[in-house]
Design a protein around this ligand. Sequence first.
Ligand SMILES: NC(=O)C1=CN([C@@H]2O[C@H](COP(=O)(O)OP(=O)(O)OC[C@H]3O[C@@H](n4cnc5c(N)ncnc54)[C@H](O)[C@@H]3O)[C@@H](O)[C@H]2O)C=CC1
Ligand SMILES: NCC(=O)COP(=O)(O)O
Length: 324
Amino acid sequence: MTLRLAITAGEPAGIGPDLCIQIAQQPHSCERVVIADPGLLEERAKLLGLPLRLREFDPASPPVASGAGELTVCPVSLHAPVRAGQLDKANSAYVLETLRVAVQGALDKHWAGIVTAPVHKGIINDAGIAFSGHTEYFRDYCGVEEVVMMLATSDLRVALVTTHLPLRAVADAITPDRIKRVTRILHHDLQTFFGVAKPRILVAGLNPHAGEDGHLGREELGIIIPTLDQLRDEGMDLIGPLPADTLYTPKHLQQADATLAMYHDQGLPVLKFHGFGRAANITLGLPVIRTSVDHGTALDLAATGQADSGSLLTAIEVALQMAN
Ligand SMILES: NC(=O)C1=CN([C@@H]2O[C@H](COP(=O)(O)OP(=O)(O)OC[C@H]3O[C@@H](n4cnc5c(N)ncnc54)[C@H](O)[C@@H]3O)[C@@H](O)[C@H]2O)C=CC1
Ligand SMILES: NCC(=O)COP(=O)(O)O
């Protein structure tokens, strides 16, 4: 059966439109429906010197595999003209509308999942719209209490207890309830979407040396250790809290299905050092499938033809694997 995936083109001044056009050069067994302004895609294709044929999305038609140089487009109109590499807050509402169309279309079963190209969080906030990321936007739109950000290559999975928070706020956000909600979602979705019958999860501590028995912070003794014990009583195979600096070594990783870091820059630098450009960002716990690239808007590369589409291709394959 041909599956249909929605791909949001992201920040129009960034590399998202380029990546959609670059991947369209190869045929695919699924139908790629790009949610964007068709004029933006045509103009960026000209700048890149790449052929592009657009077909308008028709929800009444069955999915058709995408041919070489071909994209289906679900049109959303830009609010202002775009210059590659130059952010314009006049287009922030356009960016959010592409996300809304994508998630509503997934809830309405127009497509099997959503794949997102990068947005620029700063310019959306500059436009007066509070926005910390797709992850939190989709969580709130779908009305679920908790979701989990997990980035994955073919051989390393890094999930996060907290996502886009200032470092100053992280320690207060490490609560027993949040650790329980996140770990249960991670455990459940590893079984449901990734075929891991009995997930073994390595959990990082928050503090250096996992708190050094309370001498370098007390979150491990007071919060993380008792919470992991309660989760183990539910049957979960959890190892930790381990000192984060040695958790990501082969000795530990070879016996694990996933790792759980306490905050964004504890886990993601390791993942990106290991596999930048071939990782996908996956939102677990949503009622729809959503994957994304492992990188940002790379304004410096927009319209240059230098952007690497490896992560977008990975995100598409992971979304299809999850849908199947
Ligand atoms: N999924 C999303 O929507 C994400 C959005 N962002 C947003 O992107 C904006 C810029 O963030 P930065 O920290 O500057 O990260 P960035 O990923 O845009 O750029 C970091 C470096 O990586 C390079 N790079 C990024 N993607 C590349 C690709 N596909 N091929 C080749 N080189 C690539 C860039 O040229 C730059 O040197 C921020 O607003 C951030 O919030 C960041 C990560 C994910
Ligand atoms: N570092 C991951 C990132 O910033 C992407 O977040 P999101 O927009 O997918 O929530």
